[in-house]
Design a protein around this ligand. Structure first.
Ligand code: TRP
Length: 334
């Protein structure tokens, strides 16, 4: 609890271009949740360097992502929107939690195995302990809920285990966080291969709609989206391409999939694809305009970065000091 509200923590990496899937599946929900919870939304730049990055590029992308959080509707006066690297407690708590995490636990993490296979030339210790840093992110703010995708569930489970282990030894230090899974239907699949999630790292750019795509590009990608030859307007798993488009349309218009099916029953896929394109454009256009406006206001963004770094440090240092005392580090002399 912070100021009488439950605490929410989540973060995204500033690598790759965010897609419509990231927006509909995560960012848009974050905005809704921000009324109910005291929220910390981090740009997790420290996680990014587990894979080699170009420094200038990382810095640019991190700022763009932070700006995008605000453009998407997160009020930076109410929500703590900040860079992970600006609150030193993340690294400090991660070290301590490393000493309460077993090699065997980290060895089981499927994301580590996947990333190690993909980056076989750079299997660094940071990649291995990535989930411990993530646990530190969450526990540092005593988060009650953590909205994440299914792919992060295993990391969240580990976070809970580490927190419980620590609490068993030292008493109630950490809040045990719950996962908050977004609504079903918000999982957006690739337009070219509806068996795969729409991803910012897809090699085929036609599979993903990027948040900064212009209207023509969005329309073209929607028109080319893979469907089927059944010519039967249904919302069902056997027609995954169409189902995905119905999900996108529904999420963008606020209609239910059933309403969408009724609306387009008996009409051609071609017509529907145009309607999907238009719906996406009308969701992304205001976002892009706000993003462009904010990006030009350097002084404003800088002031947000400064103020929220202070807030993050203030809140997180309380947990950190408590943990440091518990494990036996000497008191600071003031
Ligand atoms: N690992 C998460 C991802 O790749 C990002 C992340 C880092 C995160 N720390 C977090 C998400 C804490 C939620 C809470 O998506």
């Amino acid at each position: 609890m912070l100021d009488g509200k439950k605490v929410l923590f989540s973060g995204m990496q500033a690598t790759g271009n965010l897609t419509l899937g990231n927006y509909l599946g995560a960012l848009k929900n974050w905005v809704t949740l921000s009324d109910e919870y005291e929220c910390f939304y981090s740009v997790v730049d420290m996680h990014s360097i587990t894979i080699r990055q170009d420094p200038a590029e990382l810095r640019r992308r991190a700022r763009n992502l932070l700006t995008l959080y605000i453009a998407a509707g997160l009020d930076p006066e109410k929500n703590c929107i900040y860079y992970q690297s600006h609150a030193s407690g993340h690294a400090e708590l991660a070290w301590i939690l490393n000493c309460f995490t077993y090699m065997g636990e980290l060895n089981r993490m499927t994301q580590f195995k996947d990333k190690a296979a993909k980056h076989a030339d750079n299997i660094n210790a940071g990649l291995f302990t990535y989930p411990v840093l993530m646990a530190a992110d969450i526990l540092l703010y005593q988060a009650d809920v953590v909205p994440v995708g299914i792919d992060q569930m295993q990391h969240l489970e580990l976070t809970r285990n580490i927190a419980e282990r620590f609490n068993n030894i030292y008493g109630d230090v950490f809040t045990i966080p719950e996962v908050y899974l977004g609504k079903v239907g918000a999982k957006i699949m690739s337009l070219q291969d509806p068996s795969k999630k729409m991803s910012k790292s897809d090699e085929n750019p036609n599979g993903s709609i990027y948040l900064m795509d212009d209207p023509d590009t969005i329309m073209r990608k929607c028109k080319r989206a893979v469907t089927d030859s059944e010519a039967n307007f249904c919302y069902r798993d056997e027609q995954p391409g169409l189902k995905n488009l119905i999900d996108i349309y529904s999420a963008c218009t606020g209609k239910t999939p059933d309403d969408t099916v009724k609306e387009f029953q008996g009409r051609g896929y071609g017509e529907f694809k145009v309607a999907v394109g238009e719906a996406v454009v009308s969701v992304l256009r205001p976002l892009q305009e706000e993003y462009a406006r904010l990006s030009k206001d350097k002084a404003y963004i800088d002031s947000i970065i400064k103020a929220n770094a202070e807030k993050a440090n203030y809140v997180s240092s309380k947990t950190l000091r408590k943990v440091q005392r518990k494990v036996g580090f000497p008191d600071r002399i003031r």
